[in-house]
Write a protein that binds this ligand. Structure first.
Ligand code: NAP
Length: 233
């Protein structure tokens, strides 16, 4: 039985991934700013390496070495670029990119030791063509795609695959908050522009993660698997 860590596992996509991996038979721990109700849910800020390491100490004691990591913690900050403060920029990059750095670096030794590992980074479909008012987010998520490819080359020889899943328009608290604040335009227009004609579900992303983590996906690494209803091909 393998142990997985899902960051951002208290909400939206991360919660769906954690649920799916539990159903797949993995031992699953989550970290989030607010730990959820599920067993092995820990409160930790992914930008705080000491907090990540402390959570991992407990997870390893309870569940063993972590050989599966899904990085789903993230935050957006919609603002005109000219109105951004450097602190805004740093916060978005810190959570969406540096958080991935910390969690990968903290768990990779377990995977190298096991000679087997799976990392899936949740990036964003906005990296395909950019997104107005989301420059730091798109920059950070694009860097995550690049990090994914580099790590895939570096750790393939250790039996570790590293892939990214950039979600399209997925119905989560993050999306609904952005919608309420009027940043996403008309939701129906977004759906009409999506070839499969529906909004994505967190479970759509979880299904892709489940596959990429499976033994069957052992020959797939360094890939950016868009799950977006056909909007970005
Ligand atoms: P969500 O419902 O807001 O879930 C994100 C979770 O990450 C929240 O529980 C959030 O906690 C947590 N988080 C934020 N900062 C954190 C930190 N520093 N340390 C630990 N946890 C932190 O959003 P979601 O839509 O499921 O997003 C999941 C991932 O998918 C994100 O990386 C997001 O960028 C990406 N994504 C989503 C969409 C979409 O359409 N929904 C599209 C493209 C990419 P709080 O709620 O307390 O902030």
């Amino acid at each position: 039985m393998k142990t997985a860590l899902v960051t951002g596992g208290g909400s939206g996509i991360g919660a769906a991934v954690a649920h799916r991996l539990r159903s797949d038979g993995l031992r699953v721990a989550t970290i989030d700013l607010n730990a959820g109700e599920e067993k092995y849910s820990y409160t930790a800020d992914v930008t705080d390496r000491a907090a990540v390491d402390a959570a991992l100490d407990k997870i390893r004691t309870e569940l063993g070495p972590v050989t599966v990591l899904v990085n789903a913690a993230g935050l957006e900050r919609f603002k005109r670029f000219v109105d951004l403060t450097f602190a805004d920029w740093q916060k978005v990059v810190d959570v969406n990119l540096n958080g991935v750095f910390h969690c990968v670096q903290a768990t990779l030794p377990d995977m190298i030791e096991a000679g087997w590992g799976r990392i899936v980074n949740i990036s964003s479909s906005s990296t395909h063509s950019g997104q107005p008012f989301m420059a730091p987010y798109v920059a950070a998520k694009s860097a995550v795609n690049g990090l994914t490819k580099s790590l895939a080359l570096e750790y393939g020889p250790n039996g570790v695959t590293v892939n990214a899943v950039p979600p399209g328009f997925i119905d989560t608290p993050m999306l609904r908050k952005a919608e309420e604040r009027g940043f996403l335009g008309d939701t129906q227009k977004q759906i009409d522009a999506t070839p499969v004609r529906r909004i994505g579900r967190p479970e759509d992303i979880a299904a892709a993660c489940s596959f990429l983590i499976s033994e069957d996906a052992g020959y797939i690494t360094g890939q950016i698997l868009g799950v977006n209803g056909g909007r970005n091909t």
